[in-house]
Design a protein around this ligand. Structure first.
Ligand code: BGC
Length: 780
């Protein structure tokens, strides 16, 4: 959309800001020590940082003293702008809106901002929000893929680039990061978070908040972050999007809340209340969650925004009696701002005020953090977008594309590599067939939640391979099958391209045979299978993990040809690939790799990059096993763990933290600095990792912990540290992890509180959650 525009000054500025990003994030990562340790800190007292300067708070209070109740209440509303409307314009002019969603055209941002600033008595600017989830103009791999990099510094840079592009384009606020722990891959939104583990989610949440907001809220050129969806959304029953979540206090405190707390500790300015019922109380009307936990126990100082229409939705939930009751309950529960794509329930708060259901102090408390945020972001000084700069900022920046390629390479996970088929020997394969519906589909390469990109930036797998192959090598490409949702996605209208081109059912057999014939002529077949962009994300849950459409049959027919086959997976959830695991020699999880995905795929296939990503979730054998996660509790007979079902093993296809490499590694020499400690003390664990193979490659060293006994049962293992290292052949590195009160503390269902108990602890260090290198220590 912006491809024809050119402004060298703009790109120069972007380059400078990227240099800054790289500098401070690397410095930050070094300062933070290995493994982004101590990102999960379930401390016992409120520990959210101050996010507003004294000046922002003083200016807010001065302004509040002058504002009428109507002016204050107006700040509590946010509406979508799908198209220009005189009603919305009127509300802006009268100061009845605090924020507008989904306006991305800089000229329109300025038009509305002029109405707000010139129309209202105090010139209070609007805050423009949009979902900048894995990039703005430059599209990075989807969040689950970025989590698979186990590289928080990379994730911080990716988030920073998205923020820099969006802010230059006039956006002030993004609804990211999503930090919902997801243990059921039927749930489509698993693609938006960091998977099943609270520690990894917390690490990625921290990295994203730092990238989005910069070192502190109000860093010039960055955005306001929203940590979402508070809380428990990932535990919706049956993996059905929006269904109720029923979670014990212990699960909430130990698994689902820690990533939120980590994001808030990192300074996230806003938090979004979730749609669903949490233990029978909808999250958006859940006072315990939004006041007692968030503000009371954690000390959060920013503001709460509801999810879209979640205030109105308290009525269909069977919680509020009508729209007025819904607004009152959400307000009283602690929702500062209502997000609404249609009817704005918070417009009824004036009546509630007149009827003395809410008082002036409550109104001030609700609006104060919203105004303080606007001051802190510098919106009062710089309400408008420089339209020329905005256009320049969303031009293709080669440096950012390079980061996107690196991110795609570092996110990929090698699941299988029999006989070291990968990396491919270019001399051995003259004719390659690339087969599958995801081989050459630009939109699907990007994945869900992309809006401001230019599709022409996207390098598909076919394009990436074509560029990579040398003279004398041929690439044949065919989709073979077409895959489609059986019910349309509610978001279909926003997709920029419908791929692959639709052929009618009568031609399905012909296309299938064409692809097989192509494969039959090739020396090697690369299959690109998985799910389309609209098969995952919001409102995209599935009751099966099977490859959609006729892909399984296509794969079986191709394998039957007897050629070497590489399976590239393009998806955001584990799929049922048991058959492939038994019959396809090489499987590379590429995810939705973003705009540079095709280049990354070609680099990985031919060994210009070595896969080093690790699974951020447990990969089940089939859907009947879910939820399946490594951090489960033990039973009375742990030896029967793998005999839970009589028809097949209870173990997963691939464990959490798993991923192969083109090299081999040895992890050894596990030492603890002490074997006995008192509660409150820390211990250091060290281990040596060595590259024992032929190529420079990455390994993610992971530390797992288990408390043997205590006032509650503890998971068999819990991730408590990790570090991704790059090693040359024969190179060794000592990795260090700290185990202290933050790692040893947990919320006990017996004590109904955080405890740090005397017990024996097992420690494992290795390259996935089945690590066998182990030792123990005692806490007295
Ligand atoms: C989603 C949120 C998103 C919002 C605005 C909702 O449907 O649940 O994650 O931020 O829409 O796009």
């Amino acid at each position: 959309m912006f491809a024809s525009l050119n402004d060298h000054h703009g790109n120069h500025a972007l380059r400078r800001s990227l240099a800054n990003v790289a500098c401070w994030s690397i410095a930050g990562a070094l300062a933070a020590g290995p493994a982004s340790a101590a990102v999960v800190r379930p401390a016992t007292g409120p520990d959210a940082p101050a996010i507003f300067s004294a000046e922002s708070l003083a200016r807010t209070d001065t302004l509040l003293r002058k504002m009428t109740v109507d002016e204050k209440l107006g700040q509590l509303s946010q509406l979508f702008q799908f198209r220009k409307s005189s009603k919305l314009d009127g509300m802006v002019r009268e100061g009845k809106l605090g924020s507008v969603l989904f306006v991305t055209d800089p000229a329109e941002i300025n038009r509305l901002q002029h109405l707000a600033v010139e129309g209202s008595r105090f010139g209070i600017p609007l805050l423009f929000g949009s979902d900048v989830v894995h990039g703005y103009r430059t599209i990075f791999p989807v969040p689950i893929a970025l989590a698979a990099s186990w590289d928080p510094a990379l994730v911080e840079r990716a988030s920073a680039i998205g923020a820099i592009e969006a802010r230059a384009g006039g956006i002030g606020w993004t609804f990211a990061p999503m930090v919902d722990v997801a243990r059921d891959p039927r749930w489509g939104r698993i693609v938006e978070g960091a998977g099943e583990d609270p520690y990894l989610n917390a690490a990625m949440a921290t990295a994203q908040v730092r990238g989005i907001q910069g070192p502190s809220l109000g860093t010039p050129g960055r955005l306001l972050a929203t940590v979402k969806h508070f809380a428990g959304y990932g535990a919706s029953e049956g993996g059905r999007d929006h269904d109720a979540a029923n979670l014990s206090d212990a699960q909430l405190q130990n698994v689902y809340l820690p990533p939120f707390r980590a994001a808030i500790r990192a300074g996230a300015g806003t938090i979004m209340s979730a749609y669903m019922d949490l233990n029978d109380v909808p999250a958006t009307g859940n006072r315990w969650l939004l006041r007692d936990v968030l503000r009371g126990q954690w000390g959060f100082k920013g503001f709460v925004v509801s999810d879209n229409n979640a205030v109105n939705d308290l009525v269909p939930h069977g919680y509020a009696s009508d729209r007025r009751d819904a607004a009152l309950r959400a307000f009283k529960s602690g929702v500062n701002m209502e997000m609404a794509s249609y009817s704005n329930a918070y417009a009824t708060l004036r009546e509630a005020f007149d009827q003395h259901a809410i008082d002036a102090a409550e109104v001030d408390a609700a609006v104060r953090p919203i105004l303080a945020t606007k001051f802190q972001l510098g919106l009062f000084e710089h309400p408008y977008v420089d339209e020329a700069k905005a256009r320049a900022a969303v031009q293709r920046a080669p440096e950012y594309q390079a980061e996107a390629r690196l991110a795609a390479e570092r996110s990929a996970v090698l699941l299988r590599n029999e006989g070291n088929l990968l990396p491919l020997d270019p001399a051995a394969y003259k004719r390659i067939a690339l087969i599958g519906p995801l081989a050459d589909s630009r939109q699907d390469t990007l994945g869900p939640w992309v809006f401001a990109h230019d599709l022409d930036d996207t390098v598909t797998i076919a394009q990436g391979l074509r560029t990579r192959l040398g003279a004398g090598q041929t690439l044949d490409v065919a989709p073979g099958v077409q895959i489609r949702r059986t019910t349309p996605s509610p978001f279909e209208s926003i997709f920029k391209e419908k791929t692959p081109p639709v052929w009618d059912a009568a031609h399905a057999g012909e296309e299938f045979e064409k692809a097989l014939a192509m494969a039959g002529k090739a020396d090697l077949v690369v299959l690109a299978l998985g799910e389309k962009q609209d098969m995952i994300g919001e409102s995209a849950s599935r009751s099966t993990l099977a490859l959609p459409g006729d892909q399984q049959r296509l794969m079986e027919r191709v394998v039957a040809l007897g050629k070497p086959v590489v399976l590239l997976l393009v998806n955001g959830r584990p799929l049922d690939i048991g058959w492939a695991h038994a019959h396809v020699p090489a499987i590379l999880e590429l995810w939705y790799p973003g705009a540079q995905g095709g280049t990354a795929a070609a680099n990985l296939l031919f060994g210009a990059a070595s896969p080093g990503g690790k699974l951020p979730f447990t990969w089940p054998r089939n859907v009947g096993q879910v939820p399946l996660y490594y951090g489960h509790n033990l039973t009375q007979d742990p030896s029967e763990q793998d005999r839970r079902y009589w028809n097949e093993p209870g173990s997963p296809l691939f464990p959490f933290g798993y991923g192969l490499s083109y090299s081999t590694f040895k992890v050894g020499e596990l030492h603890l600095s002490k074997t006995r400690i008192h509660a409150g003390e820390s211990i250091e664990a060290t281990a040596v990792v060595e590259n024992t193979g032929p190529v420079t490659a990455d390994q993610v060293v992971q530390l797992y912990l288990h408390q043997r006994y205590g006032s509650a049962s503890r998971p068999v293992r819990e991730l408590k540290g990790f570090e991704r290292v790059t090693l040359r052949p024969a190179e060794k590195k000592t990795v260090r992890f700290t185990l202290g009160p933050d790692e040893l503390r947990y919320w006990s269902a017996s004590a109904h509180d955080w405890v740090n108990e005397a017990s024996t602890f097992d420690v494992w260090v290795g390259t996935d959650s089945r690590a066998t290198l182990t030792t123990t220590f005692i806490q007295q």
